[in-house]
Design a protein around this ligand. Sequence first.
Ligand code: RB5
Length: 146
Amino acid sequence: MKIAFGCDHAGFEIKEKLINYIKSIGNEVIDCGTDVSISCDYPDFALKVAQNIVSKKADKGILICGTGIGMSIAANKIKGIRAAVCWSKETATLISQHNNANIMCAGARFASVEDICSWIKIFIETKFEERHLKRINKISLIEQQS
Ligand code: RB5
C-alpha cells in the first residue's frame, strides 16, 4: 500500500521509527513532513496527507501530533477524508472495520512508539466491513449538505 505520513514537532521525534516500520511491513511511504524538530502547525501536514488521499496518490494516511486530536479535526475538514484518533489495538481495528477511516491519527505524547507501530499495522491491514456502508454514505451526505 501507499501510505502518506505527516506529523508536527510533537511527532517528529518518533517519525523516522514509524516510517521505517511502515516500510518494513511492505508499504511505500509518501513523507509529507515535518522535516525538522522546530515548532510548527499541525493543519499544514494534515492538509498534505489528506490531499494525497483524495487525489489517490496514497491509499491511507498516518498523522501524528501530540494528541492526534488536532490532526483529526484538521484532516476531517477535507471532503472524502475520514480521519480517526486511535488509542488502542481495538480502536485501530474498529476505525477500519466500522468507520472505513482513511487516516489514522495518534498522539505521540500519550503512547509509545511500539504501541503506535502496532496500531498502524492493524489499521493498514484491517478491511472495512460492508455492513457499515449505509452509515459511511450518510457521512458523505452531511458533507454534501454543508
Ligand atoms: C502541539 O503542541 C500540540 O498542540 C499538537 O501537537 C497537537 O497535540 C494538537 O492537537
